[in-house]
Design a protein around this ligand. Structure first.
Ligand code: ADP
Ligand code: MG
Length: 321
């Protein structure tokens, strides 16, 4: 059977395949170490990790801006490292430091980006109009960017990449510094786009990754320490639910269940079965509590901490099972 995925070699022909990418900037310290992952043709892949974890380095390598020290990456069957010129046609990037140009209006900015990418003027012009319209930027299309809000400015950058022919879009910290309303607006936009595009984004807002991503990759000190959907990460951690018990000074927990102290009570992170049994018990005792699916924030601490512990115990490949 002809499949669009060449599973035998583990290479996706219709999305992203990253194999054992490592990068050292100075020949000594690893900014990335043996990062391996894959992702389908459409959807949102979120790369999370603290500052200096290696998120930007990975995005720069995948978008052909930087050569890895070792490893390979394929996008839609094209080798990003061996064939960067071909790969570049498929992708567009909004770098971490990108800003809307204050003395241009949104239309001029989108148009100049398209002309720079090599579109003939007429096509660039109609593409710019369509992209501005689809992002609701028509009204502001002829106002200087410096007059516009932070959220609108960020949308202009997204408009530039959407106006191109690229179906793979890299957004390095697209919502950093935005106010909560502008951030939410951009989230809604990205949520719509993920049906048609492969969007790779980095963020250190964990709720952003939780809300948007089809797959989350956690990078800690250059290593991929966990990957999966929220559901998969919860399962892998054995922490599916968070039970928070309020106003409790002393609760007797079932054997093997560990609680950590939080403000005004305790938090227990556990699997579904235990969480439901515990909730029943707390209900019978008429105690105040809440039971929720575990957040990415809790999972992030779990995986990041586990990775630090593993480092001190020397784990070999640094892989998670
Ligand atoms: N151009 C560079 N030269 C030397 N070191 C760099 C360079 N860019 C990043 N680094 C280092 O590589 C590591 C990862 O950085 P980066 O990929 O920017 O992380 P993140 O985007 O997750 O904050 C950090 O230790 C950083 O200091
Ligand atoms: Mg960065």
């Amino acid at each position: 059977m002809l499949s669009s995925n060449n599973r035998k070699e583990g290479i996706r022909m219709d999305g992203l395949t990253v194999k054992k990418i490592s990068k050292t900037y100075d020949g000594k310290k690893y900014a990335l170490r043996d990062v391996t992952l894959s992702f389908p043709e459409k959807g949102i892949l979120a790369i999370i990790g603290r500052n200096g974890a290696g998120k930007t380095t990975l995005i720069r390598i995948l978008s052909t801006e930087l050569m890895p020290t070792k490893g390979s990456a394929m996008i839609n069957g094209i080798d990003v490292i061996a064939d960067p010129v071909k790969a570049r046609n498929l992708m567009a990037i909004v770098p971490q430091e990108a800003r809307a140009i204050p003395w241009m209006n949104p239309r001029q900015q989108v148009l100049s980006y398209l002309l720079y990418r090599g579109f003939p003027y007429n096509e660039a012009s109609s593409r710019a109009s369509a992209a501005l319209k689809s992002l609701g930027l028509e009204e502001n299309a002829k106002k200087l960017s410096r007059m516009l809000s932070g959220g609108t400015k960020r949308k202009i950058l997204v408009a530039t990449v959407l106006a191109s022919e690229a179906k793979i879009i890299f957004l390095d910290e697209p919502t950093t510094g935005l106010d909560p309303i502008s951030r939410k607006e951009l989230w809604e936009l990205l949520n719509k786009l993920k049906n048609d595009y492969l969007i790779v984004l980095t963020t250190h807002y964990l709720e952003e990754a939780e809300y948007l991503a089809d797959k989350i990759v956690i990078i800690e000190d250059g290593r991929l320490v966990a990957e999966g959907s929220m559901e998969e990460l919860r399962k892998r951690a054995g922490q599916e639910y968070s039970v928070r018990v309020m106003d409790a000074t002393n609760i007797k927990l079932p054997k093997g269940v560990r609680a950590s102290k939080i403000e005004k009570g305790y938090q227990i992170l556990t699997n579904q079965k235990e969480a439901f049994a515990l909730s029943n018990m707390l209900m019978k005792k008429k105690m105040k509590f809440s039971t929720n699916p575990v957040s990415l924030e809790d999972l992030f601490y779990y995986f990041a901490k586990r990775s630090i512990n593993e480092d001190t115990e020397e784990s070999g490949e640094g892989e998670w099972h």
